[in-house]
Design a protein around this ligand. Structure first.
Ligand code: SF4
Ligand code: SF4
Length: 445
């Protein structure tokens, strides 16, 4: 695949996942000929091999983070919410809550697992997250869970050295008075959803009864900053969701104008999910796409491209896309006590539950289905595999694993063009000359 861009043309070396200036192609092949070990048979063997119980156990014990889905309920009814009934394979808002008994079982299970001697990860850091719906509807349960963790770390010698941190994703409406005082005392990090200025935020983020929410959320944010300045600086992050019908420029302008409240580095812009969305709505949403903000675009380009050139990582050729080993980084425990790969995957792909622990067969099936349906069928021929951020979440529909990634490929291609253009400009500024050798070229990537 060839990319024509600015001053130079580039070739994507699909086999090893790298981009090379066309003029340096021969030199490059020479330079790396001993290091390039593409053996299709080895990759196929890796992708189809039987995964043993020991390997699964070893990977699972590396987990560094769990998160609880405390309740299916929410005080908001955001129009773009994945639980609003407009997504094909998602649950809707409901009444189900996690019980303290199930939460305590999960805590015992994971704290036991991460204190096993065969665990490779040396770090004692462990993070516990709270999600919903809206987790603050279950503040009492949060307090009970934290009290339980405290009691277990005091009581059980092997838990005593664990460095446990808490985090929460919240719509921010209930962050006031005693609630915020408690979260501050426990040092709980917060990701607050705020879609920029009043008009943009209120387009979609409404209460159950349809009333607007921006004024209250913004008042709470200011209250935290004024009363707990150090905690605010360290622990408060923002998650604006950008909808195609939002005015992106206005959202970014708002965060820039309120610099005293918002550090742009602590803002993670997200997009509404278009996968699984009702097709009529999707068409309607994207037809009036507004102008894009440079800040958001740059963040997206950086997160898609940054550090993804795999040259130092040739041995990872079988690592197409961005999937983890299910359960090896984090585990989401839903309201029923089922273990999921993460909070964003639908409930049909459980990898265990609090009563029985991990289900090794489900883990094996998930990996082999993904390898069969996505990697062997789609990614094998894809020139962009080394930039791809697809994972189980994007591929898990209803009870099937499948993907339509044409729009993602187009997006990756345009991000790549932009990234190369910026790097080229930087390089010309610094050197005032064309990359003359492979070493220089690699240096400028
Ligand atoms: S606050 Fe979150 S969970 Fe609640 S309706 Fe909005 S997007 Fe959904
Ligand atoms: S863009 Fe699609 S085909 Fe390419 S690596 Fe990602 S999932 Fe595979």
């Amino acid at each position: 695949m060839k990319i024509v861009n600015g001053k130079s043309n580039y070739i994507i070396c699909q086999n090893i996942g790298y981009i090379i200036n066309e003029e340096l192609n021969n030199e490059f092949i020479n330079y790396f000929k001993d290091k390039i070990v593409l053996d299709e048979r080895v990759i196929i063997k890796k992708l189809t091999r039987h995964i043993t119980d020991e390997e699964i156990m070893y990977n699972l014990s590396q987990v560094t983070s769990i998160a609880f889905g405390l309740t299916e309920d929410c005080n908001f009814r955001c129009n773009y919410c994945i639980y609003s009934g407009i997504y094909k394979d998602e649950r809707v808002h409901g009444e189900q809550k996690l019980g303290l008994k199930e939460a305590a079982k999960a805590i015992d299970f994971f704290m036991n697992l991460i204190t096993q001697p065969f665990r490779r990860t040396r770090s004692n850091d462990f993070s516990i997250g709270f999600y919903g719906g809206e987790p603050l509807l279950e503040l009492q349960l949060i307090k009970e869970i934290i009290a339980y963790v405290d009691s277990q770390t005091k009581r059980i010698p092997s838990f005593k050295d664990l460095n446990i941190k808490y985090r929460m994703t919240t719509n921010g409406y209930l962050l006031n008075g005693e609630t915020i005082d408690y979260l501050y005392k426990k040092g709980i990090s917060l990701d607050i959803s705020l879609d920029g200025p009043e008009k943009e935020h209120n387009k979609f983020r409404k209460l159950k009864d349809g009333s607007e929410t921006w004024k209250d959320v913004f008042k709470n944010i200011k209250y935290i900053k004024e009363n707990y300045p150090e905690y605010y600086k360290k622990n408060i992050n923002f998650l604006p969701t950008v909808h195609p019908q939002h005015n992106e420029l206005k959202i970014v302008e708002f965060f820039k104008q309120n610099k005293d409240l918002f550090d742009i580095n602590k803002i993670r812009f997200g997009n509404v999910n278009l996968v699984g969305l009702n097709p009529n709505l999707k068409e309607n949403w994207v037809k009036n796409l507004g102008e894009s903000s440079d800040v958001i675009l740059e963040k997206k380009v950086n997160s898609s491209i940054h550090d993804k050139f795999f040259l130092k990582n040739l041995s990872r050729q079988s690592k197409f896309t961005a999937t983890c080993f299910p359960g090896s980084h984090r585990v989401f425990i839903n309201q029923k006590g089922d273990f999921n790969v993460c909070e964003r995957i639908n409930n049909n792909f459980s990898i265990g539950n609090v009563h029985r622990g991990f289900d090794f067969e489900n883990i094996r099936t998930l990996i082999s289905e993904y390898n069969k349906e996505i990697i062997r069928l789609k990614c094998w021929e894809c020139p962009l595999w080394f930039l791809c951020s697809i994972c189980f979440v994007h591929a898990a529909h209803d009870k099937r694993i499948s993907i339509d990634c044409e729009s993602i490929k187009r997006q990756l291609q345009s991000f790549l063009l932009l990234d190369l253009k910026n790097k080229e400009e930087d390089y010309y500024k610094r050197n005032n000359a064309f990359c003359g050798s492979v070493e220089e070229y690699l240096d400028c990537l």
